[in-house]
Design a protein around this ligand. Structure first.
Ligand code: MLT
Length: 411
């Protein structure tokens, strides 16, 4: 007997996008060791953890080193002290009531959005907006739900909903009969948003068509506009049809610390093989308690500190810092005559490549001639072709320098 590979892995098109970019950047740096690259590619933060968070983190590590306060395995779903803070601070002010058992702490929205599809049967049809965060597509390819890749870059069994400048980045509701819809707002990668009314159309669609929405709200903390919802549960009826994913990565500098959560309301049901309604909450709980042992106690204490008055203030300062970078990027590129989207309620700026240059070529121009790392739009799906994404997560000084370097380029 010989172990054989999961044949769905043959269907994966390339390296994971950010791994491919890191590979190209490493290669460039090996050949150009003296070049000072400015990284605005992967959405990785540069501001350190806030003082209040670090103190809570260290205190919790000390507790772990003391026999009287040491803790072993925690609850797989997360400690109530953090879940309660989430409900009180992230949902109650929006008028959304949740039970502790509906909130699941995890080590990342990438893991949660990648893992959640395990609860669905193989023949479910998924829909994604295009361009899209690659995890939603790749995790469904690995699970055997995508069909084969086509020459145009689309998988045969996935429904793609284009979001481009032509439709103001508002994807149309699916015409096909779909079962699961991935939405991410503020959007990764385009940085665009949906208003309350626009998101309501998706919730209404899901209710009318028995579809489930997987709503990734990892960038919610960047919302400044009044007409943009902070949670899908602000929309009437959404608790019947939507799962929401949130993350501390970009909000509080947790990309390396790892903490996130998802909300699985008890109202959400899907059909079992007998055609009966089953709740997703216990299914997700079952999945998590089998495959996950929870986030470490010190990390959850660090996350809890985000909700203290000092923590909130410090984190807001970091968010404001990134927002200022986003404004600088938008303004500088607009001044160069480029078409620029996003970057208002989001740390991502989506830029149309000049003169119809393709997105990997523009990525190379920025890398080689401006020594700035971007993310090529095509890496996020066929409708991302002709765009690149920049992030606002570098320092203000480097962001400014990157804009000056780009201004020197001749397109
Ligand atoms: C991105 O750059 O799109 C994000 O950093 C990816 C992630 O959060 O996994």
């Amino acid at each position: 007997m010989v172990a054989t590979v999961n044949e769905n892995f043959d269907l994966i098109q390339n390296n994971y996008l950010f791994v491919e970019i890191a590979r190209r950047v490493d290669e460039f740096q090996k050949q150009n060791p003296d070049v000072d690259l400015i990284k605005m590619g992967i959405g990785d933060v540069t501001r350190p953890l806030s003082k209040t968070v670090v103190k809570a983190f260290k205190d919790a590590v000390d507790e772990m080193g003391n026999a009287d306060t040491f803790r072993g395995y925690g609850p797989e779903q997360g400690y109530d002290f953090l879940i309660e803070k989430i409900i009180e601070n992230d949902y109650e002010p929006l008028g959304v009531e949740l039970k502790n058992s509906e909130v699941f702490i995890s080590d990342g929205a990438k893991c949660d959005t990648g893992n959640f599809q395990e609860l669905f049967s193989q023949d479910n049809i998924i829909a994604v907006t295009d361009p899209v965060y690659p995890v939603y597509v790749d995790s469904n390819v690995m699970a055997g739900r995508s069909g084969k890749p086509q020459e145009d870059g689309f998988y045969e069994n996935i429904v793609y909903l284009p979001a481009t400048a032509e439709n103001d980045f508002i994807p149309e509701l699916p015409k096909e009969d779909v079962d699961i819809i991935y939405l991410c707002y503020p959007n990764n990668p385009t940085g665009t948003t949906l208003t309350y009314d626009q998101l309501k159309q998706w919730v209404d669609y899901a209710k009318e068509n028995d579809a489930l929405i997987l709503f990734d709200a990892a960038y919610e903390a960047f919302i400044k506009s009044d007409d943009v919802p902070h949670s899908i549960y602000e929309i009437e009826g959404a608790k019947d049809v939507a799962i929401e994913f949130k993350s501390y990565s970009k909000v509080a500098g947790f990309t390396g610390t790892r903490c996130a959560y998802c909300v699985v309301p008890e109202e959400v049901t899907i059909k079992n093989s007998k055609g009966e309604d089953v709740q997703l909450t216990p299914l997700w709980n079952r999945r998590q308690s089998t495959k996950f042992n929870g986030v470490s106690y010190p990390v959850q204490k660090a996350a809890e500190a985000i909700y203290t008055p000092e923590g909130k203030k410090e984190i807001q300062e970091d968010l404001d810092y990134y927002v200022k970078n986003a404004q600088l990027i938008r303004q500088s590129l607009e001044d160069l005559g480029l078409d620029v989207y996003g970057g208002v309620d989001s740390p991502y700026i989506w830029v149309k490549t000049p003169n119809g240059i393709d997105s990997w070529e523009f990525f190379d121009i920025l890398l080689n001639d401006a020594n700035v790392v971007s993310t090529p739009g095509a890496g996020f799906g066929p409708s991302g072709e002709g765009y690149i994404r920049l992030t606002a997560f570098n320092t203000y000084e480097k962001t400014k320098e990157a804009m000056e370097r780009i201004a020197q380029l001749e397109f």
